[in-house]
Design a protein around this ligand. Structure first.
Ligand code: 5GP
Length: 192
């Protein structure tokens, strides 16, 4: 057997981070990405939702039209994808495989339905569900963004409730009261 660098390199871990809209997944993710010892690669998803102020193409998401997204679905380009409050979101497959093979720990920040699909195929994924300190705090954060109209806010709040009820599907539940504390707890789990 040929011995190559990749054949002796340990495959990275697949890490799924979920939690209701407004819980602060993005902020916790950024705190984690700032820790080189975790050797993380963040898998940037593709979405059809409009870009929010402060977001950039290829950083938060790859923003595409519904037609482009559905073409990628047809071509089998997603590890998983889902519809969330009227828009599509999906995890591009190729990069995830490539980075895991390079020994990187790959972080997916995806909703509960998408996470369930990945869990079925990848039993050893490290699954983490982020919860808010309270429902009131969550609503405050969703409204504080001031980027969505009331009907969308209501849909996101309803979705948040149904997602919170599925926290038990995850191996770990972390409360995002203080970002650095939540990041510390997640870092310990990843390094364990
Ligand atoms: P937002 O519009 O607030 O950025 O994201 C809405 C929801 O979609 C969040 O729960 C987020 O984690 C989830 N999401 C983001 N990317 C993906 C993805 O690639 N797949 C799935 N299933 N959900 C995603």
């Amino acid at each position: 057997m040929e011995i190559t660098i990749s054949s002796i390199m340990k495959r990275g871990k697949l890490i799924i981070l979920s939690g209701p809209s407004g819980v602060g997944k993005g902020t916790v993710r950024m705190a984690l990405m700032a820790r080189p010892e975790l050797s993380l690669f963040y898998s940037v998803s593709m979405t059809t939702r409009p870009m929010r102020a402060g977001e950039a193409e290829g950083r938060e998401y790859y923003f595409v039209t519904k037609e482009e997204f559905l073409r990628k679905v047809e071509e089998g380009n997603f590890l998983e994808w889902n519809e969330f409050v009227g828009n599509y979101y999906g995890t591009p497959k190729d990069k995830v495989e490539e980075k895991l093979n390079e020994g990187k720990n790959v972080l997916l920040e995806i909703d509960v339905n998408g996470a369930r699909k990945v869990m079925e195929n990848c039993k050893d994924a490290v699954t983490i569900f982020l919860i808010p300190p309270s429902i009131e705090k969550l609503e405050e954060r969703i409204r504080g963004r001031r980027t969505e109209e009331e009907s969308i806010i209501q849909e996101r709040l309803a979705k948040a409730e149904s997602e919170l009820a599925q926290a038990h599907l995850y191996k770990h539940t972390i409360c995002n009261d203080k970002v650095e504390k939540a990041a510390d707890e997640i870092a310990k789990i990843i390094l364990a």
